[in-house]
Design a protein around this ligand. Structure first.
Ligand SMILES: Nc1ncnc2c1ncn2[C@@H]1O[C@H](COP(=O)(O)OP(=O)(O)OP(=O)(O)O)[C@@H](O)[C@H]1O
Ligand SMILES: [Mg+2]
Length: 624
């Protein structure tokens, strides 16, 4: 380090066990009598060297988190006895704090067994947890009750947006319980799991259930901290005007009667819509003058100590109008200088700051890909009681988080060589959960399948299990390297591939009939990206799986054309494709020979809008 000799070096030694005991007992006096037990569990786990490499080590922060959660359960204790049910809840908290980040493995089981034995639970109880813990979920008007926790919903006038199929599998309910507890304690949460295991879906679903808006940021190496925090960006008059109008609407409504000022407001909207920025500025200035006059009148009234205020003004309002005047001036300046063409720079808040201020939930997807300065800004934010200061903007007052603000992050495990991991200091600040695949249990898989196509399989109940077994068979073949994709790599199939297939089936079963739609959907999602012999194997598996008792004629039946749907459609092979608005143009140089790869590709493309992958010479863009 440069100039190291000018610094005095102080080594901070980690807290000793006695220190930890004192910290736990003093920060939660109600726990003083069980603090030694809590510490004993932590010490037993801390030393265990069995965790897989990709798991983060435990730190005193985890102990304090557990103590905090335990204090929540014990807050109403009157004497030094903890009811059995409460101690069970404390056990579940310990598992979430110390074992939930470990992928399913003997190490995870051992950790849970250790927690159980240190806390005095018989091995049968621990085994029951491991084999069959399944929280219940009750959704009422004002709260959701999931497992051990009751979480109030945010008051909301907007109806829930959930239109995506969501199956309450045991996998999903366990995760919902873990997420709900963490967000109740305002812990930042990190979900680690393979792609397509439902990490984004579960956070989105909980946000919808609790009426919070979720902002998802797909982090990449190109994400700069200014994308999250904000920065000066060039803005034209229109962009400024949009911001000004938004603030104005909010302020006006809180200061004046909207009803009595209808004529004025409609004039404002009129000039705004016609983009007459000079008239727009003048009208807003008039409103500012009115507001100022009102504040003067109010303070005089107050001084006289008499006349009742008709409308109570909140104390911030005056300051907010003051700030608004500044942005109005900015708009005027921009308008005067550039006559609407030149660009000014204005501070545009990043997604993180916006969510922080408004009280939205924020999900940072693929957080491990972020550059180190972006990670640093995230770390400073999630430190306890974190607040943000934006010196770039000229702010000296830190922004405090809205009480509803929560932060979630998701990433794939960094088990493969070359995958980026999170810096340990940042990772340790999150409550970490490992998310396994929802298809590990057949019952869960069937629930998901029924969620998508349940209404179509009435009278053909076997269809769900045929789908499940076909999916599992193909997935196993991929994992066992029996099949490879077009570039010789192992294909990755997950519940995402399955859900895409089933959404397609739900859309097309009316045209094709259920089984045929399943066949087409499976071929589209599971076979088109494979190398030739793998594809043939998978198509054969699909036929056997979807038509388990069919005779040999099934292949020719599958080549028959479905009934023509309504609307303007053309036929390509055995598909009907909806026509666009443009007139078709023949390209005489493009040759489609029967039974060639070109024809095959066209058929694959026809079946769905998909991602054309392959090396450049294959001509992905040629025809369409
Ligand atoms: N409980 C469920 N019910 C219905 N569908 C589900 C459920 N869980 C997951 N899915 C489906 O699985 C698919 C993959 O989920 P999601 O996108 O959340 O995965 P992810 O873990 O965020 O993946 P990535 O790491 O690639 O971001 C989605 O299409 C979703 O609809
Ligand atoms: Mg995701």
């Amino acid at each position: 380090m440069l100039g190291v000799q000018r610094w005095s070096r102080v080594t901070i030694i980690p807290p000793t066990d006695a220190d930890l005991l004192a910290i736990v007992s003093q920060s939660h006096p109600c726990l003083a009598f069980i603090a030694p037990t809590l510490l004993k569990v932590y010490i037993a786990l801390r030393g265990s060297p069995t965790s897989p490499k990709s798991t983060r080590p435990l730190s005193p922060r985890d102990l304090l988190k557990w103590a905090n959660r335990t204090a929540f359960h014990c807050s109403s204790l009157t004497n030094h006895t903890i009811a059995r049910e409460t101690w069970e809840d404390v056990f579940l908290e310990a598992i979430d704090c110390f074992a939930a980040m470990i992928p399913p493995s003997p190490a995870r089981t051992m950790t849970i067994e250790r927690i159980g034995s240190e806390m005095g639970f018989p091995p049968e109880r621990v085994k029951l947890y491991i084999d069959s813990h399944a929280p219940t979920l009750k959704d009422t008007t004002h709260a959701i009750n999931v497992g051990r926790v009751l979480v109030p919903k945010a008051p909301s006038t907007t109806p829930r947006r959930t239109t995506r199929p969501f199956a309450y599998t045991t996998h999903a309910k366990k995760l919902l319980e873990q997420l709900a507890v963490a967000q109740l304690h305002r812990e930042p949460l990190l979900l680690v799991g393979e792609t397509g295991t439902g990490k984004t879906t579960i956070v989105q679903h909980l946000a919808d259930l609790l009426h919070h808006r979720l902002v998802v940021v797909n982090v990449s190496q190109q994400t700069e901290s200014s994308d999250l925090l904000g920065g000066f960006k060039p803005v034209d008059v229109r962009t400024l005007a949009v911001q000004v109008k938004q603030v104005f609407d909010g302020l006006f409504e809180r200061t004046f009667s909207v009803k009595r000022n209808e004529a004025f407001l409609s004039r404002v909207s009129e000039v705004y819509d016609s983009q007459d920025w000079s008239a727009f500025g003048k009208l807003l200035k008039a409103a500012v003058a009115q507001a100022e006059a009102r504040f003067v009148a109010l303070s005089e009234e107050e001084e006289e100590g008499g006349a009742r205020k008709k409308r109570r003004m909140d104390s911030n309002l005056k300051g907010e109008w003051g700030k608004f005047t500044d942005s109005l001036k900015m708009l005027e300046m921009q308008q005067a200088h550039g006559k609407g063409k030149a660009q000014a720079f204005s501070f545009v808040e990043g997604s993180l700051v916006k969510a922080f201020r408004r009280g939205d939930w924020l999900l940072l997807d693929e957080i491990n890909l972020a550059a180190s300065d972006t990670l640093e800004s995230i770390a400073s934010l999630i430190r306890e009681g974190g607040s943000i200061t934006l010196p770039e903007k000229g702010d000296i007052e830190p922004i405090k988080p809205h009480p509803n603000f929560r932060i979630f992050a998701a990433m794939n495990p960094a088990t493969d060589v070359g995958k980026r991991d999170l810096p340990p200091a940042l990772r340790g600040q999150f409550t970490e959960l490992f998310v396994g695949s929802p298809d590990e249990s057949l019952a869960d898989l069937l629930l998901i399948i029924k969620q998508y196509i349940g209404h179509l399989i009435v009278g053909d109940e076997r269809a769900a299990s045929d789908v499940a077994h076909s999916y599992l068979k193909i997935k196993r073949a991929a994992e066992g390297h029996e099949i490879v994709d077009g570039v010789g790599e192992k294909p990755h199939f997950s519940v995402r591939t399955l859900s895409r297939t089933l959404s397609y089936v739900a859309d097309t079963a009316g045209m094709y009939g259920l089984r045929r739609a399943l066949y087409e959907g499976f071929c589209m999602s599971f076979s088109t990206m494979l190398e030739k012999s793998s594809r043939e194997k998978v198509v054969q598996d699909i036929i056997e799986g979807i038509y388990p008792s069919a005779n040999r004629n099934v292949r020719s039946a599958l080549r028959s054309l479905p009934k023509r749907p309504a609307g303007n459609v053309v036929q390509l092979g055995h598909y009907w494709i909806e026509c666009g608005e443009e007139t078709p143009q023949e390209n005489p140089q493009y040759i489609v020979k029967a039974h060639t790869s070109v024809e095959q590709n066209l058929h694959n493309l026809a079946s769905i809008p998909n991602l054309a992958s392959g090396s450049n010479v294959f001509g992905k863009n040629l025809h369409g």
